[in-house]
Design a protein around this ligand. Structure first.
Ligand code: ADP
Length: 229
């Protein structure tokens, strides 16, 4: 079976004050379509960088990134954005909603980019799914952290992604809200078969996935199944 994501010898370096900083060092793994994976590791170990490269948000220094059979590492930013619009959902720890747009408009943006029709009813349906139909005309600043994260989920779900990347999706949320968000993410996996790749410090969340990748100092130091079917 073709993996939805295949990473080979992935390396990312930054140049700073004449020195080369190696943030990711020859990382290799493949992820099966429909599976759930957590990426864990200490702060600064390269998890966010890794997630960004896998999702095509950033470009690698060397190595291969293949998403749904498409080589991202050979594409420019515009071409990567097209692949993202088509196949990828991304949830940021700090939500990254556009502050000058309402909840509804934030969810409509990716639908507009895809040139879809009847986007308003679809965006309202997505907000309803995350329990926020009554907040559709609120701006991000008028929403709680948990509500903002649920708007960002609705936005990430809007293109019916084949793969959802989430960077600390529960990092800024209280326990009750975090449970709601986790349920929405895993429902997407169960109902639509969406592959989940989650960066998290939360051991309970990592234990809900099928596989844990551990990153340390830019290297993949372990790759183990959790036993979850
Ligand atoms: P994690 O998500 O595990 O906390 P990150 O991927 O955010 O780790 O960062 C890994 C390392 O890369 C850190 O040392 C960080 O300072 C460095 N880093 C991230 N982005 C840049 C950048 N744009 N320029 C230079 N160094 C960076």
């Amino acid at each position: 079976m073709t993996p939805i994501l295949h990473i080979q010898d992935l390396t990312k370096t930054y140049q700073s004050t004449g020195q080369t900083l190696t943030v990711l060092d020859h990382i290799n793994f493949s992820i099966t379509e429909g599976s759930t994976v957590a990426i864990v590791g200490p702060s600064g170990s390269g998890k966010t960088t890794l997630l960004g490269l896998c999702a095509g948000l950033d470009s690698s220094t060397s190595g291969l990134v293949e998403l749904n059979g498409i080589r991202l590492d050979t594409l420019n930013e515009d071409a990567r954005a097209q692949v993202r619009n088509q196949y990828v959902g991304f949830i940021f720890q700090n939500f990254q909603l556009l502050p000058t747009l309402t909840a509804l408009e934030n969810v409509m943006v990716p639908l507009e980019l895809r040139g879809e029709k009847h986007i308003k009813p679809r965006a309202l349906e997505l907000l309803d799914k995350v329990g926020l139909s009554d907040r559709s005309h609120h701006y991000p600043a008028q929403l709680s952290g948990g509500e903002q994260q649920r708007v960002s989920l609705a936005r990430a779900f809007s293109n019916r992604p084949k793969i959802l990347f989430a960077d600390e999706p529960t990092g800024n949320l209280d326990t009750e809200t975090s449970e709601k968000v986790v349920k929405l993410i895993f429902d997407l996996n169960r109902e639509a078969g969406t592959t989940l790749v989650l960066v998290t410090h939360d051991v309970d969340l990592a234990a809900k996935t099928q596989r844990i990748l551990k990153v340390k100092g830019g290297k993949l130091i372990s790759d183990e199944p959790t036993g979850v079917a």
